[in-house]
Design a protein around this ligand. Structure first.
Ligand code: ADP
Ligand code: MG
Length: 672
């Protein structure tokens, strides 16, 4: 059965690494089958490698000369070898160090497949190539896939599991779930045939436009998503009608140090129409970073609370949950309302007390992380479920959350600029509100790209900035230093800045304990420390109005949307803010153009669109965190996909209502 445990497909030799497979691909056999290749390469043989082959995917023989194993976990190991008179560097990221010596025996010839590139020092280079025994070079003329990897798994390992999974698939009858008419019209193959051809391709198909196999799977996944959304969004049910004098809201508006923007007011009235309608609201609130979504959520919550219901706000990370809690608590105390927080850190007695107060209805609003969707958390009458940064949660999590109430209203919030064409498809019949203007007191954040060598100048200026009571974020891409990649690490930067700013600088990264992170973040907020050197843990939602400068090191390593999110950490008060993108001097033209996009635009949607245009020209690395993928078969930013979408969308809207939640289709994509 394709829904059985993936372990059944893992050869005995790889069994000790079963957990890695599960983390990368998923727990079931079907998940292995839905682990999509990044691309297909032909094992075209090149006996004598030359500079002419740079940029091409080739297969060749290399004799191993020496090995430079780098013991730091994030740094690559390098193998030096020779092909004829050319020196070849083989750079291995995430390769288990203990296997390197046996996999690349010194003096022996090995077969390699991959894209030939050129290293910064000018030698020919393979990065994470596919490796196989020399005897196979002569016999192999076929095609093979390159799959996303994780630390500790090789292409061969992935391939062996997928091969096993395909064998099981072949045994299983799978009834067609798409209407015959559409199959004919679209030219789609069956589900089984699609999987078979994707994993054992007969030709290289470079464009999605011509890849009916992949199109079939994407269509299925989008359909499954749509069916789920229809299910989540049961408009036909009755919902709570919210109607009251808005006394809490009036009081809150009096307490706020600012007045709402027109755009906020408009969105609020859209939300209120839903709340008053008698049907459960299902609305997505989109708004750029800093556009003021939280206050909209809070006002919606107060409206619902005044009618006697409870509200809940789900946030993806603890720091964000605490930040919401602190802000909201301040207002709630003045309004005589009771807000609580629940995260993994509320334990024992405290947790029990919160759960009691929640079940009895004493708590008006609960804010928290994933902890609030666990089983024991029971509301008396949840009237409004708010999901912040909703793309961080899977459909299942969102559903579990919403099911904490009988028919609660649902407000999802996101700053992720999903391309306009995708919104309809991904969210289907969901209502969408967009905050289109930023608060009036906001100044544009001045964004500049600056070479790293100007760091001393920046440090000098930072002195004035912190002397005037403002604060600085300094973002580094990786935790550990790795010379060879010229990344800068957060610890080194921290030590460096400490020399100038002593205890005014603090460090924050993902590997710290939550309590530690909180203390540090708290110190930054209350001004004990003025400079926060951090990894991207601060990316979502963090709000410190006195922070006016954000410095992002190795900016070229970040995605543009991520840079835009990071930049949104400043410019939240009424002072001129700055974003400095530090880059390495060896920057490709495309990379420079990308940074220029950020410097020239402050519109998240525009940035996402421009980014798409430049993408595809860069390199695809074989290693990616697949756990972060929202969808199994596609990437929402795929430009080609957007071209075929309208057709898909049309068809999906016609057929999605005829599927129910027991459908095999939904099981395949694990939507319920
Ligand atoms: P986001 O939309 O990114 O979640 P927030 O809700 O965190 O943004 O708001 C960013 C900052 O802007 C907060 O400090 C908030 O208090 C402030 N803010 C929200 N609305 C307004 C407004 N209408 N005028 C001025 N400041 C506002
Ligand atoms: Mg926010």
């Amino acid at each position: 059965m394709i829904f059985d445990n993936i372990e059944l497909c893992i050869p005995r030799y790889y069994q000790p690494r079963a957990k890695l497979f599960k983390n990368l691909m998923g727990k079931r056999i079907i998940d292995a089958l839905l682990h999509m290749p990044l691309y297909t390469i032909e094992k075209r043989r090149v006996d004598q490698v030359s500079q002419n082959d740079i940029g091409k995917i080739i297969t060749t023989k290399v004799r191993v000369n020496c090995i430079d194993i780098n013991l730091r976990s994030s740094s690559p190991s390098i193998i030096y070898g020779k092909n004829g008179s050319e020196i070849i560097e083989i750079v291995l990221f995430n390769y288990p160090k203990k296997y390197i010596k046996s996999a690349y025996p010194i003096g022996q010839e090995i077969g390699l497949s991959g894209k030939l590139t050129i290293s910064p020092s000018g030698s020919l280079q393979f990065i994470n190539p596919e490796k196989f025994a020399i005897s196979r070079i002569n016999e192999s003329s076929g095609l093979f896939n390159i799959y996303p990897l994780t630390n500790g798994l090789t292409q061969n390992a992935i391939y062996s599991v997928i091969k096993g999974a395909i064998a099981i698939l072949e045994q299983e009858p799978i009834e067609e779930w798409l209407p015959e008419k559409w199959l004919k019209k679209s030219g789609f193959p069956s589900f089984k045939e699609a999987l078979r051809n994707i994993h054992f391709p007969k030709t290289i198909i470079n464009s999605l436009q011509h890849n009916h196999y992949l199109q079939r799977l994407i269509f299925d996944e989008l359909l499954a998503e749509q069916v789920t959304i229809n299910f989540l969004n049961q408009r036909m049910r009755n919902g709570y009608t919210i109607s009251n004098n808005r006394t809490y809201i009036e009081k809150l508006l009096g307490l706020l140090p600012f007045s709402l923007t027109n755009s906020q007011n408009k969105v609020i009235s859209e939300i209120f129409q839903n709340l008053q309608s008698g049907f459960p609201m299902f609305r997505l609130l989109q708004g750029d970073v800093g556009s003021g979504k939280t206050i909209v959520a809070l006002i919606s919550a107060l409206y619902v609370i005044e009618s006697g219901f409870q509200c809940a706000l789900l946030a993806p990370i603890e720091i964000l949950a605490r930040q919401h809690y602190q802000k909201i608590q301040k207002y709630f105390t003045q309004l005589g309302l009771y807000v609580e927080i629940l995260t993994g850190n509320e334990k024992g007695k405290r947790r029990a007390q919160i759960l009691d107060a929640l079940a009895s209805g004493e708590i008006d609003m609960l804010i928290g992380t994933h902890a609030i969707i666990t089983e024991k958390v029971v509301f008396r009458n949840l009237g409004l479920a708010i999901i912040d940064e909703q793309h961080r949660f899977g459909v299942n999590q969102r559903k579990t959350f919403v099911n904490k109430g009988v028919t609660p209203h649902v407000l999802s919030m996101t700053a992720t600029p999903i391309p306009r064409t995708m919104v309809m498809l991904l969210y289907g019949s969901i209502d969408v509100s967009v905050i289109t203007e930023n608060p009036a007191n906001r100044m544009t954040i001045l964004t500049r790209s600056i070479p790293m060598k100007r760091i001393p100048e920046i440090v000098e200026r930072m002195q004035n900035i912190i002397n005037s009571g403002q604060k600085v974020y300094w973002i580094c891409p990786l935790i550990e230093d790795s010379e060879k990649l010229r990344y800068t690490c957060v610890t080194n930067r921290f030590e460096f800045l400490k020399k100038y700013f002593a205890d005014k600088v603090a460090m924050l990264h993902g590997k710290m304990k939550t309590s530690e992170k909180e203390t540090i973040f708290e110190n930054f907020k209350n001004g004990h420390c003025k400079i926060l050197v951090s990894t991207t843990v601060i990316e979502v939602g963090i709000d410190v109005p006195e922070a006016t400068v954000i410095i992002i090191e190795n900016a070229e390593k970040f995605g543009l949307s991520q840079l835009h999110q990071l930049r949104g950490r400043v410019g939240r008060g009424n002072k001129q803010s700055y974003c400095l993108l530090l880059f390495d001097e060896f920057l490709s033209n495309i990379a420079k153009q990308r940074l220029q996009i950020i410097c020239n635009s402050s519109d998240g949607f525009q940035i996402a669109e421009q980014d798409l245009k430049l993408r595809g020209e860069g390199d695809i690395s074989g290693v990616r965190q697949s756990g972060e993928k929202l969808y199994k078969t596609f990437d929402i930013n795929n430009l080609e996909l957007q071209e075929i979408l309208p057709q898909f969308l049309d068809q999906i809207s016609q057929i999605s209502s005829s599927y129910d939640t027991n459908s095999k289709l939904l099981q395949v994509f694990q939507k319920l």
